[in-house]
Design a protein around this ligand. Structure first.
Ligand SMILES: CCOC(=O)c1ccc(CN)cc1
Length: 328
């Protein structure tokens, strides 16, 4: 079979939320191709953490089973995190169903998650080797579902300030222009990692990023790239400054931003629209804006939602490849 759900952007496209039915309870969750734990807000949490959220209630599920003695602890690149205990239940995502999916029940969550009341947990879609459950590591929804899907794939169709979709088991070719360009994925790190050794600012010449690698991460808001890319890109933007106070590069909100093209697997240059790189104002007057492309001090670049807003992306676990094409 296959399963399709909406992907609804939060204010400012900070993240995208999709409905997941767990033991008959519908939870709006953040699908994250950069991690491998499925965890939920639930009634074990302190009342202050539960406030404003949809909280999974084990007592209301007739199919939930506790995995006695199992725990999880996860921390994310932005310093946020969650921890708790674990059970299994039936998970239905747009019709794609797994009957015994590990459900990680947070008993502690960091402030950024508590404050984000629209999100009620994460669905990790990276490789199961990154799952944090102990003593026995658990599989992701996609890993559990893939053998029952018509194709061992899922796709991300994320749209700027508009409702998009995640689909499991099928590739909807009406959603992208032309055909997908496929790149080999190196699963060693547990991420959807591929070679990304070149970039191009606007219509300029392609430049090399030594040893450039990148991961496709739907759970990261921005595009975090090599400092060389950041410097080359913003050198073309009048008034761009590295603003320590706000924690990254800002520029005048009325800037005409160039596109940024990045190499995917050596045979495709994914064009990220300049308009999408104007992420958000940092001041009340809306004169200074924060860049959607920022630096990361590692060779492993993180292509997050800023890229997904320009590219339809297919994640193929059949032959461990990633396919991209501009949105239709
Ligand atoms: C705005 C609240 O969301 C988070 O803190 C958050 C979401 C996803 C991930 C995984 N990359 C980490 C933190």
């Amino acid at each position: 079979g296959s399963g399709k759900v909406t992907a609804t952007p939060e204010q400012g496209d900070v993240e995208f939320l999709s409905p997941v039915i767990i033991g008959g309870q519908t939870m709006n969750m953040d699908f994250d191709s950069g991690s491998s734990d499925l965890w939920v807000f639930n009634t074990q949490l302190a009342a202050a953490s539960q406030a404003g959220h949809t909280n999974f209630d084990v007592a209301k599920s007739t199919t939930f089973k506790m995995l006695t003695g199992s725990t999880f602890t996860i921390s994310y690149g932005d310093g946020s995190g969650a921890a708790g205990n674990v059970g299994t239940d039936t998970v239905n995502i747009g019709g794609a169903t797994v009957t015994s999916q590990a459900i990680e029940l947070a008993t502690a969550v960091s402030a950024s998650f508590v404050q984000d009341t629209q999100s009620n947990g994460l669905v990790g879609l990276a490789f199961s080797k990154l799952n944090t459950v102990k003593p026995a590591q658990q599989k992701t929804f996609f890993d559990n579902a893939k053998d029952t899907l018509a194709m061992p794939v899922f796709t991300a169709d994320l749209r700027k300030a508009a409702v998009g979709a995640y689909e499991f088991g099928a590739i909807d070719s009406t959603k992208f222009n032309g055909s997908l360009s496929w790149a080999a994925v190196n699963t060693t790190s547990g991420f959807w990692q591929f070679s990304s050794q070149k970039f191009q600012v606007g219509t300029g010449t392609a430049m090399n990023v030594a040893g450039g690698q990148a991961i496709a991460d739907t759970g990261t808001t921005l595009m975090l790239v090599n400092a060389a890319v950041v410097n080359a890109y913003y050198s073309q933007v009048t008034g761009a400054v590295n603003n320590q106070t706000v924690g990254g590069v800002t520029f005048p909100c009325n800037s005409q931003l160039p596109d940024l093209s990045v190499d995917v697997g050596g045979n495709y240059m994914a064009v990220v629209r300049g308009d999408d790189i104007n992420f958000a104002p940092v001041d009340q007057a809306g004169t200074t804006c924060f860049g959607g492309v920022q630096a990361i001090a590692s060779n492993l670049q993180i292509y997050g939602d800023i890229m997904f807003k320009s590219q339809f992306v297919a994640f193929n676990n059949g032959n461990n490849s990633i396919g991209m094409a501009p949105h239709q």
